[in-house]
Design a protein around this ligand. Sequence first.
Ligand code: PNS
Length: 157
Amino acid sequence: MIAVVPGSFDPFTNGHLDVVMRAAAMFEQVVVAVGVNNAKSYLFEASERLELVRRAVDRLPRVRVEPLSGLLVDFCATLDSPLIVKGIRGGTDADYELAMARMNEQLAGVDTIWLPASARWAHVSSTLVRQIAQLGGDVSSFVPSVVAERLSERDRR
Ligand code: PNS
């Protein structure tokens, strides 16, 4: 089976990396799909989010990173035996993700499994990381080093 780990990754955090690494230990292949949620406005453009995720996972075997521009189920249809994998930090994530999981199952029969976020990263969200970074705080313990560097370059601009 191929695990598809979709998200906006604005930016990619250590919590996301943890989910990708755990999926890579369970599945033959992992495809990280860097998508667009029309309800959100982004700090990083799609191309930059894609580049940062690629750099953050480039040493992980059997993991590749692809852009996702349309429906997730259409992306999944291009793969052999896909299963969506999502990290869940708590009840708010579960409520939001449950509707998407059911929708993807009903749209195209693609199932979703959830991994509970590791306790170490359960409080880390892209939203908080963006907020801390934009106010000059140190986010280096919450994100891969390539992401921390890019956030501090943005600050200096
Ligand atoms: O990290 P996010 O913002 O929660 O990621 C959401 C994302 C990009 C995975 C989700 O919006 C998505 O799957 N987008 C692709 C378009 C799609 O299939 N939308 C219908 C979802 S039921």
